[in-house]
Design a protein around this ligand. Sequence first.
Ligand SMILES: Cc1cc2nc3c(=O)[nH]c(=O)nc-3n(C[C@H](O)[C@H](O)[C@H](O)COP(=O)(O)OP(=O)(O)OC[C@H]3O[C@@H](n4cnc5c(N)ncnc54)[C@H](O)[C@@H]3O)c2cc1C
Length: 407
Amino acid sequence: MPLPSQQPILIAGGGPVGLIAALALARQGLAARVFEAEARVNDMPRAATTHAATLEMLDELGLADEVIRRGLVEPLFRTWDRATGRLIAEFDFGALKDDTRYPFAVQCEQHKLAAMAIERLRAFADASVEFNTRVVAVAQTGDGVEIAVETPDGTRQVRGSYLIGADGGRSTVRKAMEIEFEGYTHPERFLILTTPFDLGAGYPGCTRNYFSDPDDWCALFKVSGDDGTGLWRVLSSTRPEERESDLLGAAATEARLQKFFPKDGPYPIVHRNLYSVHQRVAARFRKGRAFLAGDAAHVNNPLGGLGLNFGIHDVMELTCLLGRAIRREAAPDILDLYDHHRRPLNIEFVQQQTIANKKRMEEKDPAARQRNFDQLAATAADPAAHRAYLLRASLIDSVRKRAAAAA
Ligand SMILES: Cc1cc2nc3c(=O)[nH]c(=O)nc-3n(C[C@H](O)[C@H](O)[C@H](O)COP(=O)(O)OP(=O)(O)OC[C@H]3O[C@@H](n4cnc5c(N)ncnc54)[C@H](O)[C@@H]3O)c2cc1C
């Protein structure tokens, strides 16, 4: 039952993190209002890889089965030396069968997860999602927050008890709170090309492949697509001086796919997307009654598929702390734990891993490259090291570290 005196918790951003936050609050009987600037859920190709630790959390929300059903289950991932075509290492999440109910990753596009959350939220009278509604200003009073939202009908004020800024990397909430976004932006951008052509035929048995190369690395993943027939995403890097119009032209994208995966005849291409790549963490995740979560709090390169996973972990923790504080099961200062734990965990488990993953993909020094390959192959070949590597890659270690701190 909703707590009668409780003002709603306001959520800026109806991306997957904001919507999962709303669902986690609604399931505790707390009122939640999501404000999304755009007219609908963004379905551009971004996150797909959902790791074991996240599947366990989504299961708490009743979503894991649907994510598995609408995604692709993949226990393996492989690293190749692109120049020689040699397989360097194969990792198998099956090694985590005693650590998790989900010893695999699931490739489920983030817009599907967002849509699932919206669908579940319909069952809660005290939860709402308003599209075409942009948060433009944030103010805090002693006992609440007040935001201004811009809609096609004009601007209005909305009051709430707390605010979750889940409004993405360019977060208005973060800027309104004058919180520094510390870190750096890579000079190069990443390009994703999506094709229905079965690129997996050349790499049977595994739908997550990384091709390391000092000049032109790429990653190849399969996602199920909206109709379940399967799409292949090719992720690669561009050069800082290359212009968007040149990179995204039909001839350039065709040439890029042919370079990585030569074939007779042209590729059908259904998406061409260019992304800036950052490694940044907000200087703090909380200011008074306002919190940052997901990309509003931290951004990283996509190698390893960790950003959204960690964002979901953020709001699972935050909504639990908010519930306990609101129900007066704990003193209000329990909310300090959110910033206290999430920020260092992001640096240790997301920033460090994704920076290392990128370096390994693009290493130019032949000796360092060979060392990387030898190390990766040795890790994969040793059962204890293999398991340890995957506990980190799947964010299970991050969850365990947080749990140990709470104990
Ligand atoms: C190419 C690529 C591949 C990736 N692959 C993976 C992966 O496999 N696994 C993984 O874990 N992560 C991955 N990521 C990262 C992942 O996409 C992000 O971490 C994820 O989108 C973060 O979700 P979010 O809800 O925090 O932010 P977003 O998805 O950016 O959503 C924020 C929402 O807020 C809205 N908004 C913005 N400003 C306002 C405002 N002022 N008022 C109201 N609404 C506003 C936006 O319209 C948007 O809908 C990938 C990213 C990229 C670019």
